[in-house]
Write a protein that binds this ligand. Sequence first.
Ligand code: ADP
Length: 387
Amino acid sequence: MDHQLRKIEEYKKDLEDIRGQYVFLRKMIDTFDLPIVRISCQDLKVIDINKKAFSIIKSLSPSIKLINKIKDCKIENLFKTSDYYQCISDVIKEKKSMYLNKINHIINGNDIYWNVIFEPIYDVNGELKEILILIIDVTAEIKANLDMKRELKLQSEFFVNISHDLKTPLNVISATAQLFNMYCNSGSLDENKGSIIKYIESIKQNSYRLSKLINNIVDLSKIQAGFFKLNLSNNNIVEVVEEIVMSVTNFTESKGINIIFDTDIEEKNIACDLEKIERMVLNLISNAIKFTDEGGEIFVDVKDKNEFVEISVKDNGIGIEKNHLDIIFDRFKQVDKSLSRNTEGTGIGLSLVKSIIELHGGSTYAKSEVGKGSKFTVMLPSNKILH
Ligand code: ADP
């Protein structure tokens, strides 16, 4: 009798141990960061679901509020796509694990991607009892891949644009050299003096265009590689901007565009990288010229805003559509060429403007209306450095 009692006691203790382990295991699974769902093979109803899986199912079907509501729910009511159901049927039929790769769902308006594993679970007799569904969120990986693909596409477009932009001025320069050669050989240099002067001007313009493009590419590459350093000195920003405007007036005149400089201060010394600021203003002005038709006007303003200096370049050119305004500062981004009516450009000028201003601790804004014109404004902090 004693012996039997002891056996019962031992049996009860074993049972308690097993129960304790079961509770411990359940708790552990419940705290996993991996979504897990257990499905019964008999009726395809949910037997159990951990917290993580519940939270994502709640986002997929917001009507489900309580975890108990999910238990006993049919699988097709949880995952609306038929792929899940198909996989479960295949696990039952073929008695082996099944996988779904890069399944796309939209949760709270965001695209998410899952790899889903369907694992068969057998009982002690080797009978298929349950299916374990494990969900692995691969959104970050997929998005990184998509971003990389997009970046590679942008880069190849950039190389096409850049080759065009390098070739065009080079063609002009080499054609002009051939023409001069012809004048030399035929001894007609003197009689063609008038046109030669014009051609020299065109060589100059095209050389400027080339050097601006090359400088932009070099600077942008340096920024990307993290090598871009500002060489700060105190400069009268009013004078700096005015001089750039003066330097392009001949060119704007030849295009029939009026460029007007205005300021509310005569002198404002701020710490800036002279060369980079000149390049930044030149990029804004050359865009304004590029996208403004003959007879148009460009206003370049410098305003004192105490802690900041505001530099703006306004044109009454073709303008930019509202939905494009956000992307034009992104690297390699150009507004659709058919809209810009312009084949020149690589989409790096504005991204460089933004980076240069950000490195100075300032900010950049754009306002535009199609058919009316655009206004680009940069705010530069009016700091000074001590020599
Ligand atoms: P790009 O070399 O193509 O000019 P940017 O980065 O300087 O590169 O400009 C990006 C795009 O922004 C341009 O392709 C053009 O579509 C648009 N854009 C920039 N400035 C102007 C402007 N003043 N007027 C109209 N569109 C502009």
